[in-house]
Design a protein around this ligand. Structure first.
Ligand code: UDX
Length: 447
């Protein structure tokens, strides 16, 4: 009989994982504790913007015309426990308020709610990003609290999906990492991932701590790459160099590689910033804090870029206060192809300028609702052109394709001053200059 799969938590990770499991042919049941989310998902609506996800979901959600009916949603733990052979835990682990450490309460409460309903052999698979050592603790909890006892096993299977590419990354992962304690767990997970394994995704089998560490170290490495190039951008600013050329030139070295070397206002989102902080906090608890002190510097280089963008804007406006200055901000999300504004560098810059008296008008292709609820006091426009109308300076802060395709000449007619600052090193400087704009990008003072 085909395996039955459940997915606990239906955010970016869980909703995508549930739909992907149905696409791979499994019967799937998703659970969330937020009734509005479940209502939406049952109608085949995705609670956030993620390219391709709604189509995938609608292809499988039971009750939708023409769907396979393989994907259902519930809020009932007993039904979920009864249904599944393999239970994926996909709830979030945000940064704890006022601390670096991560908040494990959603993971803990998911496991506590599930455990009493595991009456027969079951595999619980953690996907959430957790502090190393959590899997060990949760496995012991399950063995003690599940009626199935030792037959309720745990495995750890970190998720590497990128927002904006979540569907592709889930269906065709570049690697599958599983931390397991038994052959049975490994066999079950090989069955779950049979299709991507056949397609060639490497399947790495390891222990709990390694599986947990793979995720946090991968994100730390990515954060380090970005902060490295932003540190080089600071040096380029000081010397007249061009960080985009520098990144291209060092990137031709295969050992360095070109990816994740785009200088600008830095990284944000629901993962990289909180993951490196939680990693430092955990290392401290383990008495290994020295090993990760470099991440403190990575974090501070990153946060500094937001302030540098504010100062660059001030300089371009003549160096004084922002009072009476109209600033157009293109982009609110932490990256393109997402509606996620969590710890968004773009909104942070917009907010700082607003708090210093600037009149900021923001436009984003998908992040407007989320931005408005986080920063209701900023001005918002319905299009890039409207945001730019009457502006003394235009800031490009999230590299949406829509912004690269803007017509600088048309925008120039609407702006009060033709000054544009590229905080993502993604616009075509020449095209803007040809249209009469003064163009300035971070880390490229002379370019
Ligand atoms: C990240 C990891 O990439 C993913 O593997 C993990 O599972 C979750 O965290 P995500 O948060 O979706 O994914 O974003 P990512 O594409 O990594 O970008 C993070 C931030 O870095 C964005 O704000 C982006 O704008 C910024 N970035 C990225 C740069 O500033 N420069 C770059 O060269 C690349």
């Amino acid at each position: 009989m085909a395996l039955k799969i459940t997915v606990i938590g239906t955010g970016y990770l869980g909703a995508t994982h549930a739909a992907a499991m149905a696409e791979l042919g499994f019967e799937v049941m998703g659970l969330d504790v937020v009734p509005e989310k479940i209502d939406k998902l049952r109608r085949g609506e995705v609670p956030m913007y993620e390219p391709g996800l709604e189509e995938l979901l609608r292809r499988h959600v039971a009750g939708i015309e023409g769907s396979t009916g393989r994907l259902r949603f519930t809020m009932d733990w007993a039904e979920l426990g009864e249904f599944g052979d393999v239970h994926f835990v996909c709830v979030n682990t945000p940064q704890r308020h006022g601390e670096y450490a991560c908040d494990m309460s959603y993971v803990d409460s998911a496991i506590a709610s599930l455990a009493p309903h595991l009456k027969g052999p079951a595999l619980v698979v953690g996907k959430s990003t957790v502090p190393v050592g959590s899997a060990d603790r949760l496995a012991a909890y399950l063995a003690e609290h599940a009626p199935a006892g030792a037959d309720a096993e745990l495995a750890w299977n970190p998720e590497f999906l990128r927002e904006g590419f979540a569907v592709q990354d889930t269906l065709h992962p570049d690697r599958i990492v599983v931390g397991v304690r038994s052959e049975r767990s490994e066999k079950l997970l090989r069955e779950v991932y049979a299709t991507p394994i056949e397609e060639g995704s490497p399947f790495v089998v390891t222990d709990f701590p390694t599986a947990e560490l793979v995720k946090t170290s991968a994100n730390s490495f990515l954060a380090t790459k970005i902060s490295f190039i932003n540190a080089m951008a600071e040096l380029c600013e000081a010397t007249g160099g061009d960080v985009a050329k520098l990144a291209e030139a060092i990137g031709y070295d295969d050992r360095i590689g070109r990816k994740f070397l785009r200088a600008g206002i830095g990284f944000g989102g629901g993962c990289l910033p909180k993951d490196i902080r939680a990693f430092m906090a955990r290392a401290g608890e383990l008495g290994a804090d020295q090993a990760l002190t470099f991440l403190r510097e990575i974090d501070s280089i990153n946060m500094r870029q937001r302030g540098r963008m504010v100062e660059l804007t001030r300089q371009e406006l003549g160096g004084g206060p922002f009072l009476g200055k109209r600033v157009a901000v293109l982009g609110a999300t932490f990256k393109p192809d997402s509606d996620d504004v969590r710890d968004s560098p773009a909104l942070n810059v917009a907010g700082q300028i607003h708090l210093q008296g600037g009149q900021v008008t923001v436009y984003d292709p998908k992040g407007m609702d989320n931005a408005r609820s986080l920063f209701p006091t900023l001005g918002y426009a319905d299009s890039a052109l409207e945001a730019v109308r009457g502006a003394h300076v235009v800031l490009h802060l999230t590299e949406w394709r829509e912004f690269r395709e803007l017509d600088p000449a048309e925008l120039g007619e609407a702006a009060a001053e033709r000054v544009v600052l590229d905080g993502r090193n993604a616009l075509d400087a020449e095209a803007w200059r040809r249209a009469g704009w003064r163009f300035r990008a971070m880390g490229r003072p002379g370019a």
